[in-house]
Design a protein around this ligand. Structure first.
Ligand code: NAD
Length: 431
């Protein structure tokens, strides 16, 4: 995917990043990404209650999530470090691992269908719904012009570009639903398209002879789809201590994907893995992860609920991995510039359009899913997960602050990460 601008040249491969202390890690990121003083300061001191109060309603505190950086990503030929805000450490580890496997064959290539969102206008009690549909389509130019009169997006090169009309059969009878197809450029676009829908509603009433009720975007953003692809050499799956060959792991991943195609119970968890990455990047950059969740699952359900990614073996024996997912995010607008830490996250990422941003989301979702598929078909998800989760288990079991690390390390060494064992170790070490 081309943004018309060269990304900053930087190497995202940071060996042993996870073993460094936080200050060293931060120094590393500041240097590699050439971060501004403002972004560096925001990362050093990321809690501010006044800021929290400005962002939301009825604020009494703030829940601080760790801001992490996933390494090893190459997207469209450029290295990228990906900020992720999530409470589950295995999510960040999986993203970096998935990106590492794809890196050997050039990383991820991405494409985006364009930044198009849809606003819906619901007309009720229309006497002749099918004829009204035709009248609305005939009035396309007028509706587009009125939508673009609302004073949003046109000055940024976007705006309403098309009108679609559907007659929808519902338990309350037929409704005429008008879609404004809007180029939202670099915004997520919800407020912008809602303003347009409200603006043209009186004209829709006039043309249909019905009564307009809802005027709101659809989060099923199927005009705003991001795709990513990568190939993985089966050699990447080889482990000295494992029974399975790389080819066997590759084939099991294809079988695991087929399981998700055939079974919605599996597909839901498969897609949850994709969204582990997508949501964490959305949270780090204060994009609306609820919109992304709604869009992804609705998209996965078109034609019967299924997986957002797919896995095949190509003619060179490589695992060919693809994802297609609606990505409704902005580099401007919403809360994206309201928080210094999310601005710093955007500076780390260094993308300059919503389309380029969407491509990174798709690559991240695919990397996340790829790494969890590999773990699931081999040692299982728990051994890695519980190692990374050990500090939480220790804290939950009542380990005092100064013992958390040691209790966690002992449990990992013993391969016995349980609250009961944590309590025994607290008694032992605290005595
Ligand atoms: P917004 O209201 O801040 O509008 C974007 C603004 O950015 C516009 O005023 C536009 O003029 C300006 N802009 C500057 N440069 C631009 C560029 N290059 N491209 C495009 N616009 C540019 O934000 P929004 O993106 O319209 O709405 C996003 C917010 O809406 C999010 O906070 C989301 O949580 C919220 N929201 C979501 C839903 C939903 O998903 N169902 C519903 C309502 C609101």
């Amino acid at each position: 995917m081309s943004s018309g601008r060269e990304r900053r040249r930087m190497n995202s491969r940071i060996s042993g990043f996870y073993k460094q202390g936080v200050p060293d890690r931060l120094d590393e990121i500041v240097e590699r990404c050439d971060l501004s003083a403002e972004a560096t300061e925001a990362l050093r001191d990321s809690t501010d209650l006044d800021l929290a109060d400005r962002l939301s309603e009825n604020v009494v505190g703030s829940v601080t999530l760790p801001l992490s950086v996933a390494t090893n990503f190459t997207v469209d030929g450029e290295d990228v470090l990906v900020p992720m805000a999530v409470e589950e450490s295995s999510v960040v580890a999986a993203a970096s691992h998935g990106a590492r496997m794809a890196r050997e064959t050039g990383g991820f290539s991405t494409s985006v269908s364009g930044p198009y969102m849809v606003a819906q206008i619901q007309a009720l009690d229309v006497p002749d719904p099918r004829a009204a549909r035709v009248r609305l389509l005939d009035a396309r130019s007028r509706l587009v012009a009125e939508a673009n009169d609302q004073g949003v997006l046109v000055s940024h090169g976007g705006g309403c570009e098309d009108v679609e009309v559907r007659v929808v059969d519902t338990p309350e009878g037929e409704m005429v639903v008008t879609h404004l197809v809007v180029n939202v450029q670099d915004a997520m676009g919800a407020n912008a398209v809602n303003t347009m829908a409200e603006g043209v509603a009186p004209t829709v009433e006039e043309i249909t002879g019905g009564e307009v009720s809802l005027r709101i975007l659809s989060n099923l953003a199927d005009h705003r789809v991001a795709r990513a692809h990568c190939r993985v050499d089966p050699a990447e799956f080889e482990r000295e201590d494992a029974d399975l060959t790389g080819e066997a792991v590759r084939d099991r991943i294809v079988d695991a994907w087929a399981f998700a195609v055939g079974d919605p119970y599996r597909a839901a968890t498969h897609n949850k893995g994709v969204m582990n990455g997508v949501d964490a990047l959305a949270t780090a950059t204060l994009n609306d992860w609820r919109a992304l969740e709604a869009g992804a699952h609705a998209y996965a359900a078109l034609g019967g609920y299924g997986p957002l990614t797919s896995y095949e073996v190509d003619d060179e024996g490589m695992l060919s991995c693809s994802i297609e997912v609606p990505i409704q995010v902005g580099t401007v607008g919403g809360a994206t510039h309201a928080h210094p830490t999310s601005k710093a996250a955007m500076e780390i990422l260094d993308v300059d359009s919503a389309d380029e941003f969407a491509g990174v989301f798709a690559a991240l979702g695919l990397a996340e899913n790829l790494a969890s598929m590999r773990a699931l078909v081999t040692e299982g998800i728990q051994s890695g997960h519980m190692k990374l989760h050990a500090k939480n288990v220790a804290a939950e079991a009542g380990a005092p602050e100064d013992l958390v690390d040691e209790v966690a390390a002992r449990m990992v060494a013993e391969d016995d990460v349980r609250q009961g064992r944590a309590r025994e170790l607290v008694d032992e070490l605290g005595a």
